[in-house]
Write a protein that binds this ligand. Sequence first.
Ligand code: ASP
Length: 308
Amino acid sequence: MIRHLLSGADLDADTATQILDTAAEMAAVSGREVKKLPALRGRTVVNLFYEDSTRTRISFEAAAKRLSADVINFSAKGSSVAKGESLKDTALTLQAMGADAVVVRHPASGAPHRLADWVDGSVVNAGDGTHEHPTQALLDAYTMRSRLGRLAGLSVAVVGDVLHSRVARSNVLLLSTLGAKVTLVGPPTLIPLDIAAALAPGTDVCYDLDAVLPSADVVMMLRVQRERMGDSYFPSAREYARRYGLDGSRMARLPEHAIVMHPGPMNRGMEITPEVADSPRSTIVEQVANGVSVRMAVLYLLLGGNNR
Ligand code: ASP
């Protein structure tokens, strides 16, 4: 097993499949009345969040607690980070406290990689800037596999603000490792020119959402990340929704079995309408539930699993 999970590229097909299979076993625990396993008793997991998060932070906390680890939640607001303490000094503090795993979210792309040089424990990237979010990709893959029965050969359209999306990057890397075919869809201003080839050869780019819908098994809508952009990437929110938003009539062009995903938080009415988000094709709530099982599997395999 790998020591850190920093990127979707850290996972080869066997390791990724092992995580997904372990997550399926963890899901069975989450269905029990007593949702706890003793696997990580005596281990310490620190959640180090320098950026806001709802789903990811709660999900990692629930995952670590269900495995009986001690959990320390450290948010940048209200800590010495607010007084200007550097990432390195924070890392040394965590090291001194004996953290076995550090789950880190940071606005700077690459911060988890630096942290991994400074601590002895495992580092899990819970989202770094516009770079990567590998556990989101794992939970997305898990959700696709459980709804559609396979990953190899699936056509997955990843739609919208690819430029600012760490979810898109990690998904392209992981899904192509697992044999799915990814097409990035969005306005040219939001799809970096060389991204497809740079991430995974075989990834396509298309600027016309309507053209990809009839053959998609999965449509993954991305949040338009307005906090990371000025308004200049497209003329107006209305225009964006008209060309790249998923509404009921577009959804009707999908094959019958196709599913609609979104990592959250949604801009309802912009990239996705409520009619679509709340439809039976939508896996948005399932994705959140699956996130706990997948993060349990990641912590279990990195920390306790089979190598220490
Ligand atoms: N929650 C995801 C992330 O943190 C997606 C998003 O914010 O749009 O990257």
